[in-house]
Design a protein around this ligand. Sequence first.
Ligand code: FPP
Length: 257
Amino acid sequence: MNFQKKNSRNLCKFNCPENFQHLAVIMDGNGRWAKNKGWPRYFGHFRGVKALRQMVKSCSRLGIPYLTVFAFSTENWKRSSTEVSVIMKLMRRALTRYKEELNRDQIRLHVLGNLGELSPSVKNIFNEMREQTKNNQGLQLIVAVNYGGKREIIEAVKILSEKLTTGKIKTEDINEDSFSKYLSSSAFPPPDMIIRTGAVSRISNFYLWSAAYSEIYVSSLLWPDFNEEELIKALKFYSQTQRRFGGVFNKNTSERE
Ligand code: FPP
């Protein structure tokens, strides 16, 4: 599946790395950003939405085909009910407010995670936006909400077990390719790079399966301060890495052996 606009890569000053398909972002540091300014944590989330809007615009302009943002993890329910409710409200408000912008910029919204456990108003706006943007061919924006990598794997195992029990597949048919088809993220290519902001270098239950060979870029900026300059820095870092996928890099041909 290739949703990319044909010539979008030619529009940008900075050339997005060749064959770069999917950027995933762990937007960390909202609380610290607000605390540093002596403000309540929710202010950081508020500014985090602004940074996200800029990020979406930048990725769209740079011709990056897929962007996943980790908006709310299965573990984030452990936060105070006030903070959870602020994050939910901000997501609902942002989707409502930027509805037209998403369509104008040909951005298609996908959701990764379980919407069933969210309040009806938040669930509905996600579903509505999914439906309203489904024909858009530009940036494929995947919002990971109520998502956990472990849960994604467990859900895949459940589907697989059911198929084994009913004889629809055989044990010998299970391999990496066939298993990955049961993951809820199977429609998206694996992330080429994961950016985590806030100077923390943990994967935090994000894309556990498909991040097996993702490059990791840790930014010292807190998420509300993240900007296009830092994004380009991360993409340049990516361009300089030699992705070997477990193989050996041949210096003479610049290819994997
Ligand atoms: C992590 O910072 C941030 C979050 C858990 C929430 C991020 C969500 C948004 C920015 C809203 C996204 C909106 C849409 C529409 C997708 P933190 O609070 O863990 O920061 P800390 O490490 O400083 O405490």
